[in-house]
Structures are given as structure tokens and as C-alpha cells.
Design a protein around this ligand. Structure first.
Ligand SMILES: *Cc1c(COP(=O)(O)O)cnc(C)c1O
Length: 362
């Protein structure tokens, strides 16, 4: 096959990462966050692999519908709740649980004539300042929800952290304190921790964890990969060498002539680029793996191709597979070098990337 860019998803890695979270936090239930098409790994395949999760967290009703369509009956929480009154009927149809985070949503619920039970999550804003009721509005919102016959006794309490990846920062401890004060006296299961808080903030491990990145083996903690915390990357991105060029000292490589050969040398041309989701801003020096050893990108990443330095790889041949990220080459490292996060890269595979599944033993 000529041009083949492959994202290989290891279902075993997904399962083991879920189990690792359970081992770290045996007292908590796990909501597996599968928004953005399972962090770019494919929603259905991820949800099937993680069917042991106590619940799934999604960003849209459509994602909940996709989980039901493959026959899974785990609880499903829609993290941004309802966007219009008609969403309530869909929530019921697909047995989804909305997060209620602002007054308008409360009003829609109160106006809803359907009295069949609907579990909800009440979100407090404790410092992220994105979604959620201000701390001094939480008690009133809770009372309004609890007064509804369809809701009574089914209110879960949650908040989200802004800086839990910074283990030395007081903000997360402050947010936990704000949350405790806001929900004082209210019954109901509590959910605070995202992946970084699972790693760094044990005080946030309450009834429910909301784990995203760690399930995929990816960390947002600066300078540390998921592997550094004992998790396995679930995605391996690979492409092929399609040409090997012998260039002369002084030859400039790629758009803008941004990199110049310091000596006579071989360059490998690899058939992957930003049109596949590999970051254009990856700088010269960014590593790829060829035959399990690093080779450095030289010149600019273009739409379909990138170029690598083959000094030190005399055995390289056309057709060789090159790994762009995966086990031993964290996507977090590539993200950091390109001014972004591993999260953004794994979410950004384009439609011309082939996804394949493997189920590797640990
Ligand atoms: C995305 C998301 C999570 C998961 O975050 P990770 O850092 O990937 O673990 C948890 N809670 C909410 C509300 C989210 O939007």
C-alpha cells in the first residue's frame, strides 16, 4: 500500500489504565471520560474496551446516543447538560444524566411536564469560572432541584479543577475547601477529581473520579508523561519512509529552507504531515522512532510529508515504518515541543488516518 498513516489503538492498554486508576483509588467509582470521540481514539472502540467503567462522561447527547447504539448500558453523564428544553426528552430516551450548571437549565427542568425519574449532577463553580453555580448559589439550586418530583434523591454534586496539574499550587486545595463550604449539609455523592487530581490530589478522591487522559495513558503534568506515572499510551501513530535522499552540505530542506544540511548526509522523507494531524509546529530536532531508535525531524513539517535526519541510521530503507508517538515516545513530549498538549494531538487525527485495534498483553 502506498501511503499509510496508522493510529494503532491498544484496547488492552485502555483496560489496564482503567484498572490502574481503580487500584490507586479503591474507594471511588470511575466515570470514564470519552468526549471528543474518546480523546480521538474512537468513541465506540473506547467505550467497548472500558465497559467495566461505572459510568461514561460525554460532551454531547449525540455521544450518549452512540454509546447506547452499541448496546452498552453504563450510566452516561452529559458534562455540559442540556442546551435547550427539548434535550430533556433525549436525555430520557437514551438514559443520559445531565449536569445542571446554570439557572436557565434549572428553569427548563422546572417547566418540564415529564415526571419520570431523571438523575442529575449539580455543578458548583469553585474557581474554574467556566461552568457551574457560584458557591453562594449552590444551596438554593440544590433546593430547587430537590423540590422536583422527577429529581428528588438523585442529585450528585460535582466541581472541576483549573490547575490540578500543578501539584505545588494552592488553587486546588482552595477549590476543595470552597466546594466543601458550598455543599455543607447537602447529601449526595461527590465528584471532583480529573486525571491530574487522581495523580496529585488524594483529598479530591471522593465518590466519583472523572478520568480522561489517564485512561489513554496521557498526562497533562508538565514534563511528565503518563508512562512516568505507570500508565500505558493507548495510541501509536506510525507512517512510512517513502524516499531517502543523499543531500550535500549546505542543501536546505523543505519549505522556507528552514534547515540546512551541515554535511553531506541522508534525509528520510516520511509520508505524514499536518494534513494527518501531526503538528506543523514540531521543530527540527523533534524525535521520531525508526527501528526503535530516535531520529530527529529536520526542516518544516508540511501537509503530507516530513523529513528526518538519517545520520546514525545507515540501514534505513524506503518502506520502513516510523513511529511518531507511542510506547517509549510520549505524545506529551511531541506536544510540549510543538507548544501544545499531548491531549490536543491525540484528539486531532484527521480522516485520512487509518485506525486499527490491537489487544496487547501487558
Ligand atoms: C474533560 C473533563 C474531565 C476529564 O479530564 P482529564 O484531565 O482528561 O482527566 C473531567 N471532568 C470534566 C468536567 C471534563 O470536562
Amino acid at each position: 500500500m502506498s501511503r499509510r498513516v496508522t493510529a494503532t489503538i491498544d484496547l488492552g492498554a485502555l483496560r489496564r489504565n482503567l484498572a490502574r486508576i481503580g487500584e490507586r483509588c479503591p474507594q471511588s467509582r470511575v466515570m470514564a471520560v470519552v468526549k471528543a470521540d474518546g480523546y480521538g481514539h474512537g468513541l465506540e472502540r473506547v467505550a467497548r474496551a472500558l465497559a467495566a467503567a461505572d459510568a461514561f462522561g460525554v460532551a454531547s447527547i449525540a455521544d450518549g446516543e452512540r454509546i447506547r447504539a452499541i448496546g452498552l448500558d453504563n450510566r452516561v453523564v452529559v458534562l455540559s447538560g442540556i442546551d435547550e428544553p427539548g434535550d430533556l426528552a433525549l436525555m430520557r430516551q437514551y438514559r443520559l444524566e445531565p449536569v445542571i450548571h446554570h439557572q436557565q437549565q434549572l428553569a427548563w427542568l422546572e417547566a418540564d411536564p415529564d415526571r419520570r425519574p431523571l438523575p442529575v449532577w449539580l455543578k458548583a463553580d469553585t474557581g474554574m469560572h467556566r461552568l457551574g453555580f457560584a458557591p453562594d448559589q449552590v444551596q438554593a439550586a440544590y433546593r430547587r432541584l430537590a423540590a422536583l418530583p422527577q429529581i428528588a434523591g438523585r442529585i450528585q454534586l460535582m466541581s472541576h479543577f483549573a490547575r490540578s496539574d500543578e501539584f505545588g499550587q494552592a488553587t486546588t486545595a482552595d477549590q476543595i475547601g470552597q466546594f466543601q463550604a458550598a455543599i455543607d449539609g447537602l447529601p449526595g455523592p461527590v465528584s471532583l477529581a480529573n486525571s491530574a487530581a487522581i495523580l496529585g490530589w488524594p483529598a479530591s478522591h471522593r465518590d466519583w473520579l472523572r478520568a480522561g487522559g489517564l485512561l489513554y495513558g496521557v498526562s497533562v503534568v508538565a514534563g511528565r508523561s503518563g508512562a512516568d506515572f505507570g500508565f500505558e499510551p493507548a495510541m501509536t501513530l506510525s507512517a512510512r519512509v517513502v524516499a531517502i535522499r543523499q543531500l550535500r552540505a549546505g542543501d536546505a530542506v523543505g519549505y522556507g529552507g528552514a534547515w540546512t544540511c551541515p554535511q553531506d548526509m541522508a534525509i528520510g522523507v516520511v509520508a505524514i504531515g499536518y494534513g494527518d494531524g501531526y503538528p506543523r509546529l514540531a521543530r527540527a530536532g523533534t524525535p521520531v522512532h525508526l527501528h526503535g531508535r530516535p531520529a530527529a525531524i529536520v526542516g518544516r513539517v508540511s501537509m503530507d510529508l516530513l523529513t528526518i535526519d538519517l545520520r546514525g541510521h545507515p540501514q534505513a530503507a524506503v518502506g520502513n515504518e516510523v513511529m511518531l508517538w507511542g510506547p517509549g515516545l510520549p505524545v506529551e513530549t511531541i506536544g510540549e515541543g510543538a507548544g501544545t498538549l499531548g491531549y490536543e494531538l491525540i484528539c486531532g487525527m484527521t480522516r485520512r488516518v487509518d485506525f486499527i485495534e490491537i489487544d496487547q498483553g501487558s
